[in-house]
Design a protein around this ligand. Structure first.
Ligand SMILES: [Zn+2]
Ligand SMILES: [Zn+2]
Length: 402
């Protein structure tokens, strides 16, 4: 189908980058005629923000892509993809950064590239971009098998399998509904059967984060400090909720015994000064609910500044964190070694948190909803959350509250 020269284009939800927004909008319009592009906001804090702040779209230049080229988990796949196009030569090494030669040696060791006198070659018949496990993080992908037919329905990476195809999960695949009978992580297989249960499932997990090193720290006039550094994230799926498919109400909860997963990555985090915390306490602001709501909205808004998806990043919020001794909100890169998203958040922290506050304030709901502070990937079922608390907390951080 020729999709140029349409009269109107409807864009359902933020397409990820300003560049692709303009590209989609640009499909509308025949030569010399007026055209219409309509942006339809989804239930998402970033879309809420954009619907109320069109200047964030019209007043900005097309973003630079955020990538940390020195991160081996990013560099490796890029080198493979490049080598598939043309062998990488010594002269190319400077293009990819300092750690390139070590990375190439590792890729050769792993059998992904072959070194020859003229350079490094991609030797597989597969496309480099199709290699799911090329990052080397997590275990092999989990295969989802329909026990009735014996058919392989699909594959899912190991990290995602814990939350989506755990034993007892309702799994959706191409419009059909399945129940997971058993997830065997050692064998890398999830056995499912077609079913129509009257409920959906929602994994619950616990996340612990500890600070390994602080790489950057700044203190704002409000006394809040905003840090960037290396962290260790330990996540574990501990159970799941069953929710009525029609009403969303919780029908029951079941616990699971799943192994912990550890991620060494990078995070941006901010803390409140004591006086700010005392002020909030004095106003009976529920601190954990406020921090948790601010965390969700901040995760939703980071793709405005860093080219990422909210599923690429995670968060942890605590009323008192063991490493900082204070109320702390963390947002971390969901990739081993970090991916540059948290770093970008730190560099643009004031703009980011200002937009986060605006998205929450602009949302017309009373108590919080999926367009502002609720998250589709929350491991605690979106509890506790406080919308008014998040606004007061962000005021204290940004210095607008005193
Ligand atoms: Zn809302
Ligand atoms: Zn949450």
């Amino acid at each position: 189908m020729d999709i140029s020269g349409l009269d109107a284009v409807l864009i359902a939800g933020w397409p990820g980058t300003l560049a692709s927004l303009w590209q989609q909008a640009g499909r509308a319009g025949r030569r010399g005629e007026d055209a219409l592009a309509v942006f339809i906001a989804r239930d998402d804090p970033l879309d809420t923000y954009l619907a109320h702040h069109p200047e964030a779209i019209f007043g900005r230049s097309v973003e630079a892509t955020v990538l940390d080229p020195e991160n081996p988990h990013i560099l490796g796949p890029h080198l493979c993809a490049a080598a598939q196009e043309l062998p990488i030569t010594r002269e190319d090494l400077a293009l990819f950064g300092e750690s390139t030669e070590g990375q190439l040696a590792e890729l050769v060791d792993r059998g992904l590239l072959r070194k020859r006198p003229r350079g490094w070659f991609w030797t597989s018949h597969e496309r480099a971009s199709d290699l799911a496990d090329i990052r080397g993080a997590g275990g092999p992908p989990v295969q989802i098998v329909d026990t009735a037919s014996g058919l392989l329905l699909g594959e899912i990476d190991e990290a995602a399998a814990h939350g989506t195809v755990h034993t007892g999960a309702v799994y959706l695949h191409r419009g059909a509904t399945y129940l997971v009978d058993d997830l065997d992580l050692d064998e890398g297989v999830a056995l499912v059967h077609a079913a129509e249960p009257p409920y959906s499932t929602w994994a619950r997990d616990t996340t612990d984060i500890s600070v390994r090193s602080v790489l950057r720290e700044e203190t704002w006039p409000s006394g809040a400090s905003v840090c960037f550094g290396e962290v260790e994230v330990v996540r574990q799926v501990v159970g799941f909720l069953k929710r009525d498919v029609r009403t969303g109400s919780v029908l029951g909860e079941q616990s699971l015994e799943m192994p912990e997963r550890t991620l060494q990555t990078r995070a941006v985090w901010w803390t409140l000064p004591r006086e700010g915390e005392d002020r909030l306490r004095g106003e009976d602001v529920p601190l954990l609910g406020a921090a948790h709501a601010a965390e969700h909205a901040a995760i939703g808004l980071l793709p405005l500044l860093a080219t990422c998806d909210r599923w690429d990043i995670g968060g942890v919020s605590t009323a008192v964190h063991a490493d900082t001794g204070k109320l702390t909100v963390f947002v971390y890169d969901g990739y081993e070694g970090g991916a540059g998203f948290a770093e970008r958040g730190h560099a643009a922290a004031r703009e980011w948190l200002t937009a986060t506050r605006a998205a929450i304030a602009d949302c017309e709901c009373e108590q919080g909803c999926p367009s502002c502070i609720q998250s589709p990937k929350c491991g605690t079922g979106n509890e506790p959350l406080s919308k008014s608390g998040a606004l007061r907390l962000l005021d204290e951080v940004l210095g607008a509250g005193s």
